[in-house]
Design a protein around this ligand. Structure first.
Ligand code: FAD
Length: 543
């Protein structure tokens, strides 16, 4: 996911034998606070530990954050990924840690993916069955062609992908810096509707594009967002070639917490984040302020206090104004504006466990499997079928929705959600008795209703590029007054690819660079860090 805003090769940076840098030995053991034990916080803490610092991780709820995996209590090992569940192979910084920790991955059964035996698209009551994209009627090919033409004509898609594949930083920046001012104030829908190809194709094609979209399915709930957000996804193949983590996505943050790397500066072999914390992170952060002596003071919700030379916050950044009392003087006013104006998507998922992957039963009349991965314009929007082999309980993600579609479920409890979802599926698959296969309790989540997140993930609205640029570049603090140094923002909403775990990893690495620099350390010789290259290839300011 070599991002056009900052095409820094984080995978090369991480793989470099010289490592990420060093701090002066007299600083070994210095405590640095890390707020949040999601992926970003744990990558940050893990790398700080390797450099000989002592990360102190704070967490309000569970280790893992939005990489949260829930289990079905009656069937140990059968799991549901409530947040991140499918990870593009282009996210190479993310996979650096997956590989390091020896986690197994498998292809994710997206619509029409090779691993998905069949997909059903149901729009306006009309049902289309496909094993490959070629099985769909020509209309869908026209929709796909109109999208390809729109991004080629309007956003230099092929040229950008070629430049990204070649890691041609100069060319990426040249293309992107030309597009930014033209695109920042345009919505995704405005871009589609204004394109020659979709104008020619007509409304039905635009509508179907919104419903079935590209890659993972329909993206019409993103229509009001800035087109820049969508371009970043498609340029970097974030919506393609997804893999899941066997046993659940939460295994990644949990493994980072437990892992004891060898050859660390200062810490003996066998030291892990878990051992440095005696097994549990500290509690929820209630406030962050500046001490009289210049330190950064953290007060926990249940009153314990400590002061640090540096703090990294990785929770959704607007929690810094809504849930954590953060002293206003710690950030410049324009950064607060960026934090406050953030736009987060809502998202809901509802899972049921079933006795076995019965959808693989073949209907004798049609010769097809009785149930398929399903995209529909009904409330469910997308239904995924997840199994781990025959004769074992399996999982149906009955509905995965975003934004307005997620809000439609918000007020309903799990059983009410399941009833409505099953009703929709009965219309698409008459005669298939899904309910009779359900075992255990359904699991449902609405991320916007959880006070430790208050939203699923960020998606910028038109005109928000300037805000994102401020948030992303804040880790390089040489132009800030001393009173605003030492506190760093990380987490996927600080990245240019919110909603993808890769952004959580890479902004964590930016924060590590920031902390090392702040404490008087430096990058490793021959392996310049993100801060060294930010001015040369970083996101440009707009007027
Ligand atoms: P978080 O995981 O949010 O971690 C922040 C942590 O801070 C949390 O654990 C929180 O409890 C904690 N916290 C909050 N307040 C406080 C406080 N006061 N004190 C201490 N701790 C606090 N990414 C993909 O790559 N692929 C996907 O398929 C995908 N799908 C997604 C689907 C959904 C529904 C959601 C919600 C996200 C999805 N993502 C996906 C995004 C991915 O989950 C995130 O990018 C990643 O998990 C974010 O990690 P983070 O560490 O930045 O933030």
């Amino acid at each position: 996911m070599l991002n056009p805003d900052f095409p820094f090769s984080y995978d090369h940076y991480l793989a470099h034998p010289a490592g990420l840098g060093s701090v002066p030995p007299e600083l070994y053991g210095t405590e640095v606070a890390v707020v949040g034990a999601g992926l970003s916080g744990l990558v940050t803490a893990y790398e700080l530990m390797k450099l000989g610092l002592r990360p102190v991780v704070y967490e309000a709820d569970q280790i893992g954050g939005r990489l949260r995996t829930a289990g079905f209590p009656s069937a140990p090992g059968v799991v549901a990924d409530l947040g991140g569940m499918r990870f593009p192979v282009s996210g190479r910084a993310f996979y650096h840690y997956v590989d390091l920790l020896g986690l197994e991955t498998q292809d994710f059964p997206n619509p029409l993916a090779p691993v998905t035996s069949s997909t059903v698209i149901e729009l306006a009551g009309q049902k289309y069955y496909a094993e490959t994209a070629q099985d769909l009627p020509p209309f869908f090919r026209e929709v796909a062609d109109a999208w390809k033409a729109a991004v080629n004509d309007g956003a230099k898609f092929v040229e950008m992908q070629e430049a990204i594949r070649a890691r041609d930083t100069g060319r990426i920046k040249e293309l992107w810096n030309g597009l930014l001012p033209l695109m920042d104030e345009q919505t995704f829908y405005g871009f589609i509707a204004g394109s020659e190809s979709f104008k020619e194709a007509g409304f039905a094609h635009r509508e179907a594009f919104g419903q079935v979209g590209f890659g993972t399915g329909g993206w019409d709930t993103d229509f009001p967002n800035s087109i820049l957000e969508i371009l970043r996804v498609v340029y970097t193949d974030a919506d393609d070639q997804h893999r899941l983590i066997s046993g659940g996505a939460q295994r990644l943050p949990e493994a980072l917490w437990q892992h004891a790397p060898s050859g660390m500066a200062h810490w003996p072999d066998g030291t892990s984040l878990a051992s440095l914390h005696s097994g549990s992170p500290r509690g929820a952060v209630g406030s962050i302020s500046r001490d009289a002596d210049g330190g950064l003071r953290i007060r926990e919700r249940w009153s314990r206090e400590a002061s640090y030379a540096a703090v990294v916050t990785t929770c959704q950044s607007w929690l810094l104004s809504t849930r954590i009392h953060t002293e206003e003087a710690l950030f410049p006013a324009e950064l607060w504006t960026a934090i406050e104006r953030s736009h987060y998507m809502q998202s809901s998922k509802t899972f049921v466990m079933v006795d076995r992957p019965f959808w693989k039963d073949v209907d004798p009349d049609t010769g097809r499997e009785v149930l398929s991965m399903t995209l529909t314009d009904r409330l469910n929007r997308a239904t995924y079928l997840l199994d781990d082999g025959p004769d074992k309980p399996a999982v149906i993600l009955l509905s995965y929705t975003w934004n307005d579609d997620a809000l439609k479920w918000l007020a309903l409890d799990a059983d009410e959600r399941v009833e409505l979802m099953l009703h929709s599926l009965e219309q698409i698959y008459p005669g298939v008795d899904i309910a009779s296969h359900i075992v255990g309790q359904p699991i449902t989540v609405s991320w916007e209703a959880d006070p430790n997140f208050m939203g699923a993930f960020k998606a910028n609205l038109p005109g928000h590029y300037r805000y994102q640029q401020r948030l992303f570049t804040h880790f390089k603090q040489d132009k800030l007054p001393d009173t605003q140094r030492g506190i760093f923002l990380a987490g996927d909403d600080v990245s240019f690819t919110a909603g993808w775990a890769e952004g959580a990893v890479t902004t964590g690495l930016n924060a590590v660079w920031g902390v090392v620099n702040h404490l008087g350390g430096s990058s490793a010789p021959g392996n310049p860090g993100p801060g060294e290259l930010l001015d040369a290839i970083g996101p440009i300011p707009l007027d």
